[in-house]
Design a protein around this ligand. Structure first.
Ligand SMILES: *Cc1c(COP(=O)(O)O)cnc(C)c1O
Length: 232
């Protein structure tokens, strides 16, 4: 069988989602190789905002475990539809967080990547149910300056991280950012340089720039479009 026929057959057998996931994992593998990194030091969060629960179920069936959501109500509806998979999946809240939504996030998620104030961190710690392990969090940093309004200013980070690290029901793991569109690859190195003592995670890299993020030390990639296709 010719190579092209074989590829055509494989494409016909694999679903679109499976094809895209293979491509994303191939990019991750290649990026780790160029950066001389151990692929096991890098994990994929499939960003499933606006995607139906059925797409998440299919991705879980293909071996994905980590899913990222941006909107609390939308996420809770999907968590309910996927309740049978709860013990298998790890849910990451990655969107803008309002203080009136912290309780729901503290109760239902495993990770929050977008903590950007002491007030939010305190609420999450107070509201984390006692029967759940500490909530794993990353602090969102504004590495793009004027171009982006969300995130902690780099100058404020050391003091804030010190206070948040004391909160009993949180485990402060690392840093996250969303670079302004058009940022060059060095923005990821800027975030990496801000890691504080005790932190071991860098949540950075999306569909367009995962290679640059891996080169700069990303441990969590948050990938939506390249996994699920265009958002509806
Ligand atoms: C939507 C989103 C992503 C994924 O973006 P893609 O470009 O679709 O890969 C990652 N992180 C955050 C915070 C997002 O809101």
């Amino acid at each position: 069988m010719g190579v092209r026929t074989a590829q055509a057959r494989l494409r016909a057998i694999m679903s679109m989602l499976e094809t895209r996931l293979h491509a994303v994992h191939a990019r991750m593998q290649a990026a780790c190789q160029s950066a001389r990194r151990d692929p096991s030091s890098l994990q994929l969060v499939c960003v499933s905002k606006t995607q139906p629960a059925s797409a998440i179920r299919e991705a879980a069936g293909l071996g994905e475990r980590h899913f990222g959501e941006n909107y609390v109500q939308e996420a809770l509806a999907k968590l309910e539809q996927l309740a049978d998979l709860r013990s298998q999946l790890v849910w990451h809240f990655i969107g803008p967080l309002q203080s009136n939504k912290t309780r729901l996030v503290a109760e239902h998620f495993d990770w929050v990547h977008s903590v950007d104030s002491l007030k939010l961190a305190r609420r999450l710690s107070e509201q984390r149910p006692a029967d759940r392990p500490p909530l794993q969090i990353c602090l969102q940093v504004n590495t793009s300056g004027e171009a982006s309004k969300s995130g902690i200013a780099p100058e404020a980070l050391p003091a804030l991280a010190g206070e948040i690290a004391q909160l009993p029901r949180l485990h402060l793991r690392g840093l996250m950012h969303i670079p302004a569109p058009g940022s060059d690859a060095s923005v990821h190195r800027r975030l990496a340089a801000l890691l504080q003592p005790g932190m071991d995670q860098l949540s950075m890299g999306m569909s367009e720039d995962l290679e640059a993020a891996v080169a700069a030390g990303a441990t969590w990639l948050r990938i939506g479009t390249a996994v699920f296709g265009a958002r509806r």
